[in-house]
Design a protein around this ligand. Sequence first.
Ligand code: 3HC
Ligand code: NAI
Length: 697
Amino acid sequence: MSDAIRYELLGDIAVLAAANPPVNALGQAVRQGLVDGIERAEKDGAKAVLIYGEGATYFAGADIKEFGKPPLAPWLPDVCTRIEASPLIVVSALHGTALGGGLEVALGSHYRIAVPKARVGLPEVLIGVMPGAGGTQRLPRLIGVEKSIEVITSGRQIGAKEALDLGILDRIEDGAPREIGLAYARELIDAGAPRRAVSDMPAPAPVDFDALYRDVLKAGRGQLSPAVAVRGIQAACELPFAEGMKRERELFMELMATDQRQGLIHAFFGERAVGKLPELEGVAPREVHHVGVIGGGTMGAGIATAALLAGLNVTMLEMTDDAAQAAKGRIAGNLQGALKRGKISEDRFTHLTEVALRTDTNYLSLADADLVIEAVFEDMEVKKQVFGKLDAVCKPGAVLATNTSYLDVNVIAQATSRPGDVIGLHFFSPAHVMKLLEVVVADATAPDVVATGFALGKRLGKISVRAGVCDGFIGNRILAVYRTAADHMILDGATPFQIDDALEEFGFAMGPYAVGDLAGLDIGWAVRKRRRAEGLDPRARDAGFADRLCEGGNFGQKTGKGFYIYEKGSRARVPNPDVMQHIEAERAAKGITPRTFTKDEIVRRYMAAMVNEAAKVVGEGIARRPLDVDMVLLFGYGFPRYHGGPLKWADMQGLPGLLDDIRAYAKEDAFFWQPAPLLETLVTDNRTFDDLNKESA
Ligand code: 3HC
Ligand code: NAI
């Protein structure tokens, strides 16, 4: 017997206890242990078998680390079939999260009992595959086609009560899984309960699976796994059980071979790796209970909302009483949203807005704050003044953070006598919704201040990524470059609408020009004006058509008009005809003869610009690892998760081909398309960005 499954015979009940921390993933040893355990129980003359997990959870799924490697026997579908075929009564007792292959083992068992806090689900589509051990065959027989489609294509976790109501569970009982499982098995033996197999249940009636496949593919913006899972459910309806299992396996293996599966699994592990930094090992964060926020505009109000929802006390500092009231109104508005969605109760809403939140106009109110986040206007002089005042009033050891988008955190830190306490905490709009937080580490930032930034991010439910100081840090710096590449394509003949369409087809929720309209075109306008004032390199191509829109007072959705026209009360967008006039005028003035761009060319250039700048950001140490950049783009910029992030995408495309493209583009514009030295080195050494991730793990 393998150590991963502990066998014990207690009278006429054989107990198979999984011991494969941290999540009892169903690796080869666990699978072998389950088969051996069932066989031994049968030989030992047991009447029932109890399967449960030791530690935090029942099986949380197949071992994702084995994916992409040759599958090792026994395969999980066979394990589930073997369990189900046993003449003994097999009971699974669930706690923690019975997910994916875990739930499939439970569905292969004859009876399922769970603790009230247990959660079940088939989340395989979220990592680019589909249930591959009978999930698409057994679940529809148990709960019907319609419910199975919803559960499997969403991959969502289902609470025990709902699972009981759906018929996935037979019983819920409070207690230790081993104890409730043993009691249930005893009861079943004593009652002479029959051995039941889900595979013996009749196949459900089919629905219009072709239409469903198309709808699911569209809803997933091209993500294959949920749509292919629909085909698995179809097989359950149309084929005998054993044939359906074969079909499921084929579909599962097809998905396993896709780039999307690689991308989604890269995202799964990247999300978990991104906060693990050697520099933070053994460094304790400073305690944070009371947070000060300076400036209650869009960002400050969102940051305050996130902090309040995480149980922190917040003091909001504004310039005037009126501005403070307005900030309080914005925060209350955000919290109203949480109230409406049932995330907080009325009482909690009242507590957060009336007790946990204070507003003030006097810096002395921040004297006992543990951490202060500045979110005032993006103006260095204003920021310096604010930090000078903070230096004067804040207690020793308070962390002083800036939410600046582009400004130099080192210069801001120098406005204080304690640069070691200063850090950038760059949130994304809306700050109480967006998952990304860039933790910007300046030259003098103390390690425990960095640790505090990460601890705060975790508390606020953010994905925190370490960034170094440069214009725009990781995300905005890369954004500026790929947006510029898009502007250049427009000067040369593409339209903003074609670019948006091409990138939406690639998987972005919105193309860059639609995003500009949503965020407000005035933001980019201000950045361009600042950069021009600082002096553009004479070799840089400058595009002015977006400025023409802004000069006309068209800032996007908030003014009803930008690249698109938005009817009041409607989210539908219609291309703004003025845009093409501005573009054509600019092309004419610059003597450009427009040419056509295919969708592929658009994506290729846009992505090449993104990858090249991302490689510079890693090469310069602004991002520690390629995966850090990938997580920034996924969680802050709507990059399609199933491509894994720009650098994972680049690896899958092949770095030599991308570098060739960049060199070809450089023949047209050598200034813009300067290949990243890191990209060149990787190509020369025949290595990938992922090799760098692995080296740093
Ligand atoms: N395989 C391998 N490692 C896994 C894993 C899995 N299925 N699930 C989690 N882990 C690892 C994590 O990488 C992490 O490792 P680390 O400590 O080295 O970073 C550790 O276990 C703990 O995981 P979390 O940090 O995520 O812990 P949480 O308590 O926050 O969450 C969880 C636990 C809900 C189980 C979450 O980890 C999760 O969602 N896991 C994936 C579940 C899943 O997708 N299962 C389906 C797998 S596919 C499948 O079963 C195919 C089958 O149909 C054939
Ligand atoms: P905003 O203009 O909506 O809000 C700024 C607020 O700061 C105003 O309410 C103003 O009254 C207040 N304020 C200005 N000077 C002050 C002072 N000396 N003391 C106290 N309050 C003061 O600006 P927004 O968009 O919230 O941006 C704030 C900061 O966040 C900027 O540095 C910006 O670059 C950054 N940021 C903005 C993002 C966005 O999408 N809007 C995203 C990430 C960062």
